[in-house]
Design a protein around this ligand. Sequence first.
Ligand SMILES: Nc1ncnc2c1ncn2[C@@H]1O[C@H](COP(=O)(O)OP(=O)(O)OP(=O)(O)O)[C@@H](O)[C@H]1O
Ligand SMILES: [Mg+2]
Length: 415
Amino acid sequence: MPHVVFVAPRFLENTNRYVAAFAGLDGVTLSVVSEDPAESVPEALRPRVAGHYRVGDCLDGAQLTVALRALGKGVGRVDRLAGALEQLQLPMAAARDALGIEGMGTAVARNFRDKDRMKEVLRAHDVPVARSALVATSRALRAFVARVGLPVIVKPPAGLGSRATYRLESWGDLEAFENGPGAPTSSRPVQVEQFVRAKEHTCETVTVRGVPVWRSGTRYFPTPLEALETPWVQYCVLLPREDDAPPFTDFHPVNGAALTALFGDAARTAAGTALTHMEWFLRDDGSSLVSEVGARPPGVHIMPMMGLAHEVDLFARWAELIAFDRFEPVRRRWACGAAFLRGHGDGSRVASVTGVQAAVEAVGDALVEMRTPKPGQPRADGYEGEGWAIVRHANTDGAKHSLKTLIERIQVTYA
Ligand SMILES: Nc1ncnc2c1ncn2[C@@H]1O[C@H](COP(=O)(O)OP(=O)(O)OP(=O)(O)O)[C@@H](O)[C@H]1O
Ligand SMILES: [Mg+2]
């Protein structure tokens, strides 16, 4: 029986879905590493958790290594190490390297986690990406801009949630950036990229030992960057009903080439068994570019949406994939969408939430799940806002219409 160790920093709602998925899998021994104490393991899952080890910081590869060594002694040899969060991927890789656990090691994990290296690797394999550079000085930043032109995007080399990501449109913007807290330094270099004017999509890919066996995709409305730049717009993610339609299928060869490049020599090993989340751009001329790839399940509710759209439990399928190198492809039956509910105006807390009843009535059966923002809740700083809703419809237009209804009718204000 394979011994799988899952890293769940805190037993929060989303993380618990992954723990539950492994706990529900027949034929595996499950251990959990967390920062929360053993008593916090959800009660229903406890009988299935063979070992628990508490660490101070799950993002510290050395602490994970100590935990895995102990679980290896106490419970049995560790066969697989898994975790869903982006920030865990490098520390987990370091622990795998230290203990000889099969799966993604540091060399491959860095291809996914370091945005500069990712683009270099993709470029070297002729995968289309935006022009980019990692710059440690204003001079290098200016040299890049002189070469490529404005606008450019600046972001942290290992960013997430679009934090500290900005579009610089003018030399004035550039100067302000250089004089601000995000200015490039040798200890805090900046990833700078040619700005790509395009629609933004995702491609979720299941690979078994490097071979793609199943794909799903979504479209962002608007792009996360536009959502951050424009505080009054609401961010939505659409998973269309069609699973065999361009432009998604046209992108598949690029997706395959990109994953092969990033997995590198390790593709045919357990490192190449993954559910990856790729963000990509589709330009008006039909060409596509890879933006970035996470070697982990997608966020922004794409996991539950993929499950709903294909009538399977994708969390359970991911657990099975990781534990057994096995994935049974599924066909799509529904379109799904996620609407993110975000407040308007100034202020640091949610003041009012109106229109919920009317929106719920208008959307009807298409509404699957909703978490409305609550008055008094602190303002969130990202594009995901303070609440969300997931919809499902027999066709793509129906899902789009439901999303539109929700974001138009539900009004959240701050004060
Ligand atoms: N070169 C680019 N051209 C145009 N837009 C870009 C470019 N790079 C990034 N963006 C925009 O900025 C957003 C955030 O960038 P990126 O995905 O690299 O950062 P991230 O912090 O990993 O974000 P997230 O966790 O939200 O995916 C992208 O989703 C996209 O909308
Ligand atoms: Mg991104």
